[in-house]
Design a protein around this ligand. Sequence first.
Ligand SMILES: [Mg+2]
Length: 282
Amino acid sequence: MLRACPTELFDAYIFDMDGTIYLGDDLLPGAKRLIEGLRTLGKPVRFLSNNPTKDPELYVHKLEKLGIPTPIDEIANTVVTTVRWLKANHPEAVVFPISEEPLKKALRETDIRMSENPEEIDIVIASYDRTFEYRKLQIAFDAIWYYKRAFLITTNPDHYCPFPGGRGEPDAAAIVGAIVGCTGTELVANMGKPEAIMLSAAIDGLDVDPHRCIMVGDRLMTDIGMAIKTDMYSCLVLTGDSTLEEAEALDASEQPTFVLDRIDHLIPDDIRAQWGWSDEDE
Ligand SMILES: [Mg+2]
C-alpha cells in the first residue's frame, strides 16, 4: 500500500526542496511540470527547508534558475522560523547564534540583541555552522554551565546534510551534541521540521485546513515527521535521503501516506493522462 499514488488533489502542497525538487544543482524528474501543473489547477504551493545556511532570497534565486520562479513569501526556512519564534516568545532575550551569516543577518534586522559575552547571553542557538570552533563552544559552555543563565535551542534537528552522490556535511545536531556533551543541558526547542512551527510558517496567510494539505519530502524524520505530528497527508519521494525499506520498517502510524519514485505522480493518473504526461517526457 505504501507505494500508492494519490487519487485526489489536496488543498495545498508543501514541498521540501533538497532531495525533493532538486538534488544539488539539478532539478529532479517531473518537478518543474508538477509545480506548473499545480499552479494551473489553482493549488497553493509552498516550499520549506530546514537549512539555516541560506536566506529565503537564495532559494528564490535557486528556484528561478531551475525554471520554477517563486515569490519569496512562498518560501520559508529555519532562519524565518527561528527569528519568528524569538520575536513571539523571547523578544527581550540576548542571543548567541552559533550560525552562519543568514541567521545573524536576519537577527540584525530585528530588535533582538546578539552577544558573545556569556554573562549576558539568555539563549544559545545551535545551528548548521561550518565556521564552528572551540571558541564558540566555550562561550556556549560558559553561558549555560558556568553562569547558569542561558538555555539551548536549535534551528533544525538534522544530523547531516546530504550531498549528491551520498556524501554530506555534519548539520546542526552535531553542534547541539557538542554543547549537550559538555554542559549536560537539554535542548529546549527546535525551529525546524518536524515541529509544527514550520507548518505555520508555510501556510501563513493561506485560508486552508492543514488536514487537507500534503507535505512532500525526502526525509522521514523531518518532512514526514512534521506531517504526522500535524495530522496532514504526507508523501515520501525516493529521490533523496530516506529509502522505501526505511519507510516500511516504521510502525504504520509513522509511515507516509504515499511513497513515490517520481514527484509528478502526485497528480492523479486521470489528470496526468488528460495532460498527456508520460514518465519519459522529463
Ligand atoms: Mg530534503
